[in-house]
Design a protein around this ligand. Structure first.
Ligand SMILES: Cc1cc2nc3c(=O)[nH]c(=O)nc-3n(C[C@H](O)[C@H](O)[C@H](O)COP(=O)(O)OP(=O)(O)OC[C@H]3O[C@@H](n4cnc5c(N)ncnc54)[C@H](O)[C@@H]3O)c2cc1C
Length: 416
């Protein structure tokens, strides 16, 4: 009997456990999944909690409910991968051996990486919404807030769901408008990027929306520290942005055990060097990486993990047969962006093609529209929660192609 070991039972690890349980011969392969947390959180829902669109409780379900019978689920913290010995050491002293290893341990917010951020203001006047606790506490703070300077701040340029802070800004604009206090709130968006987003057409479209909604963008701002006493953000080039209420997307980092493991040339953010097409770890043929844990130049998003999971399943079957790893990941990402007032936009792109205007997934009929604000897109975003729990996690086929399609996209059109 051979062992396939999956580290992490979040979005990517759970999908892989389900897909491989179906694809592998159970008499030849035992599958084990390790995770330190018994709860599965629907992270896209964290965005809605501060604005009371979702309550906290609906976002949490037991991980065990999504791991198929016949797959061994171990609740423990991973301490180190020992690739030369084909073992994984757990922090409770146990060791698990593997023939094939999948690393799916994601990335997490680290407020402690920005001096002053997690000091006396933390969860008083400075919050994140990238953790369950942060989103729930921010809801309570916003509920009592009487207005002032709301500053949304990105501590790093690489973080999961790169559109979520933009969505937060748009939803904040709507929330204060609906409460009749928008004129008492100044919203500022502080980013290390040179604009609202990374790709030219999407940046032009999203910057236009920011302007329309009276949200000031402060670009190229690399934060050195938060001065908690004066309530200002200070950049490396000594610029300052004041705030009354700070909503941060803290530095996101891969799991700490990655740094302790011999996984090759790890960057400062603990992401595993991974082949951007095959998803094989660069330094170890029997190790594969998926989801937010990789160092791929793709978005860190659940949709990306879903497209990667199709590719990785094929490549693991090829690896077992000794065949070439022919399935290729093209960097495909598909993200709804809430724009407030019951509308959303949608972007669909990959390594080679930037987000373009058009219809999705069908040409002419859509029903979704790309780089355009519509109600249908907003309902698509809300429906994604059902799809996530009932189809995506359990590896059911979904009506979107693994590779990005040009069907419905207009190359030369200007975003609406
Ligand atoms: C506010 C917010 C909004 C988002 N919105 C969207 C969206 O609209 N659409 C979208 O596609 N994506 C969205 N995302 C991103 C999406 O949730 C992630 O990209 C996705 O969950 C990544 O899956 P993953 O399996 O790589 O990581 P995770 O799902 O984070 O899973 C990692 C797992 O590894 C476990 N783990 C970590 N370290 C260890 C260890 N040492 N030992 C044992 N276990 C460990 C963790 O407990 C966790 O269960 C959003 C994220 C946030 C925070």
């Amino acid at each position: 009997m051979k062992n396939l070991l999956i580290l992490g039972a979040g979005t990517a690890g759970t999908m892989m456990a389900n897909k491989l349980h179906k694809a592998l011969d159970a008499r030849a392969w035992a599958i084990t999944v390790v995770d330190k947390d018994e709860n599965h959180y629907y992270q896209p829902g964290f965005l809605f909690v501060p604005f009371k669109i979702y309550d906290c409780e609906r976002l949490v379900r037991p991980k065990r409910d999504f791991i198929p019978e016949g797959v061994d689920l171990v609740f423990a913290e991973v301490a180190e991968i020992e690739p030369e010995a084909n073992t994984v050491r757990l922090s409770d002293g146990r060791s698990l051996s593997y023939d094939i290893l999948i690393v799916a341990t994601g990335t997490t917010p680290r407020p402690e990486e920005t001096p002053g951020l997690d000091g006396p203001l933390w969860y008083q006047d400075a919050f994140d919404f990238y953790s369950f606790e942060g989103a729930c506490k921010l809801r309570d703070r916003l509920d009592k807030w009487e207005g002032g300077r709301l500053t949304i701040f990105l501590a790093e340029s690489i973080f999961k769901c790169p559109v979520a802070p933009l969505e937060f800004a748009f939803l904040a604009d709507s929330y204060f408008e609906e409460r009749g206090m928008r004129d008492r709130v100044e919203i500022t968006y502080v980013t290390p990027l040179s604009g609202a987003f990374t790709k030219p057409k999407a940046t032009a479209f999203l910057s236009g929306l920011m302007e329309e909604k009276g949200i000031t963008v402060v670009p190229d701002f690399y934060a050195e520290r938060v001065d908690a006493e004066r309530k200002v953000l200070v950049s490396y080039d000594a610029r300052e942005v004041p705030f009354d209420l700070l909503v941060a997307v803290p530095v996101n980092m891969g799991a700490d055990f990655i740094e302790a493991s011999d996984m090759g040339d790890i960057d400062d953010l603990n992401y595993v060097p991974t082949d951007k097409h095959t998803l094989q770890a660069r330094d170890h043929d029997d190790v594969f990486v998926i989801g937010d844990a990789t160092n791929l130049p793709a978005s860190k998003a659940g949709s990306v993990a879903h497209f990667e999971a199709d590719v990785l399943t094929e490549n693991i079957l090829s690896y077992i047969k000794g065949a070439p790893l022919d399935a290729t990941f093209d960097g495909h990402a598909n993200c709804f962006i809430e724009t407030g007032g019951g509308k959303a936009t949608l972007i669909d792109f990959n390594y080679a093609t930037e987000p373009l205007p058009g219809k999705f997934p069908l040409p002419v009929f859509g029903p979704m529209s790309l780089l355009k604000e519509t109600r249908a897109n907003h309902f698509g975003k809300l429906f994604f929660e059902w799809v996530y729990w009932h189809m995506m996690l359990t590896g059911k086929p979904m009506p979107v192609t693994t590779h990005m399609s040009m069907v419905g996209k207009k190359k030369d059109a200007v975003p609406a």
